[in-house]
Design a protein around this ligand. Structure first.
Ligand SMILES: N[C@@H](CCC(=O)N[C@@H](CS)C(=O)NCC(=O)O)C(=O)O
Length: 416
């Protein structure tokens, strides 16, 4: 029996919340084909749904409900004995916790990260970086919460799992690729558990985990006309490339880094020297030749060391970063080092980059957002650190990792 009508667009993850809840309570929710936004502009619909966003819901007696969580809640409340609302006062509070968490601690960051790709928002590099960091904090919190729990609020699926799951679908489809999600073992297990619930699996039939994160590219991700209509009014601005690329005489756009004053230090020569000579000779070559006006040195410190497990997995993490940083090879050299041992390790890197900022091509990988980066002022301590990253051997005179870690060097990888 239908308990009401949902108005939305097909495959809207927000509407999915109500459809899943309906499966659990054994009711059905109608969802006729709907012309959005025109369908919300009739006098009747304007009166019922002043916010004019979808999804919206009319109960079988014509009463309006808007906000997708509230719609799903109403559906779940059709049979409280199923337990979707939580059994005790405490569980009910946790249900609220994770519905709010999905809306406030996941969705806004997801929107900042993914909506530019979908053509809904203008890309903003600073906002993107901040959102990636805030999202990681939220994912870390969920990861910890789920160490001892199968579901977020109860011993069984609740509406909180459903809401959080639906909110996270776009992340698992587009952002959390194999390597990025690898540290979130408990969160992944939870997501997969919900995905495979029969009441979910019968509705989410085309889900595929993201293998490689979709990265914003100004040349590809222009706002599409069709999508323009659905996006929030405040976001209706033309997307522009984040890094200003300057037109060259031949009409092709040049990377701003190629327009910097020429440098005496040739990155390719350095990479070749480093590959073909001893580490000790490389240190000498490096400091004899490096031009720290045309280039800068950076320390990158991985922020989620507590999530690092076996060293080979950390190597995969680094390899993934290297793959996704491919277009930065022309402008950067890096040395990555893992310290400590399995389940007790730390990850750091040193980058030499063209210019005085981390190049867009490097910063734009989702991976680098898991690191704090600090420009190195050159003094004896930082020189010793750079030398240690070039030799991976701090027993050599003039090489020392002591300023960043007291753990022993374990394994390293070079980005060149
Ligand atoms: N918090 C609301 C958000 C609804 C929402 O943003 N809907 C989008 C489509 S998924 C929309 O209608 N956007 C059009 C607009 O912002 O004008 C909910 O969860 O229902």
């Amino acid at each position: 029996m239908s308990i009401g009508t949902l108005y939305s667009y097909p495959q809207n993850p927000r509407s999915l919340k109500a459809h899943i809840a309906a499966k659990y309570v054994g009711k059905s929710v109608e969802e006729p084909v709907f012309d959005f936004p025109a369908g919300l502009q009739t006098d009747e619909m304007k009166e019922l749904f002043p916010m004019a966003k979808i999804p919206v819901f009319k109960t079988e007696c014509g009463k309006p409900i808007f906000e997708s969580n509230a719609i799903a809640y109403y559906v779940a409340a059709q049979d409280e004995s199923v337990g979707l609302l939580g059994a005790t006062a405490y569980e009910k509070a946790l249900v609220q916790t994770f519905m709010s968490f999905a809306d406030n601690e996941i969705n806004p960051h997801l929107a900042t990260l993914l909506y530019p790709i979908l053509g809904y928002y203008k890309f903003d590099k600073d906002a993107h970086t901040a959102a990636a960091s805030s999202l990681r904090r939220s994912l870390n919190a969920l990861e910890k919460w789920l160490i001892t729990r199968t579901y977020v609020a109860s011993e069984q699926v609740t509406i909180a799992d459903i809401v959080l799951f639906c909110t996270m679908i776009p992340l698992y489809k587009m952002y959390l690729d194999t390597i990025t999600r690898a540290p979130f073992v408990n969160l992944n297990r939870w997501f997969n558990t919900i995905l495979n619930q029969p009441n979910v699996a019968c509705l989410v039939t085309d889900f595929e985990y993201c293998e490689k994160a979709v990265v914003y590219d100004p040349a590809i991700h222009k706002p599409a006309a069709a999508k323009e209509e659905a996006k929030p009014a405040a976001a209706k601005e033309e997307a522009k490339p984040a890094a200003a690329a300057a037109p060259a005489a031949d009409g092709k756009e040049k990377n701003p880094l190629d327009l910097l004053p020429p440098s005496s230090f040739v990155l390719d020569n350095w990479k070749r020297f480093y590959s073909n000579n001893s580490e000790v000779d490389s240190i000498k070559y490096f400091w004899d030749n490096v031009d720290l006006e045309g280039y800068s040195l950076w320390l990158a410190s991985y922020m989620d060391n507590h999530l690092l497990k076996q060293t080979f997995m950390t190597c995969n993490l680094i390899n993934g970063l290297f793959q996704r940083s491919d277009r930065a090879r022309k402008y950067a050299f890096g040395s990555f080092a893992i310290f400590g041992e399995d389940n007790n390790s730390e990850l750091f890197a040193i980058y030499l980059v063209r210019g005085q900022e981390i190049p867009f091509e490097l910063a734009d990988t989702p991976d680098l957002e898991s690191y704090t980066t600090k420009k190195l002022e050159i003094n004896d301590e930082t020189k010793a650190l750079v030398n240690a990253f070039l030799t991976w051997d701090d027993s050599i005179e003039g090489c020392s990792f002591a300023s960043i870690t007291n753990k022993k060097f374990n394994e390293g990888k070079i980005f060149k």
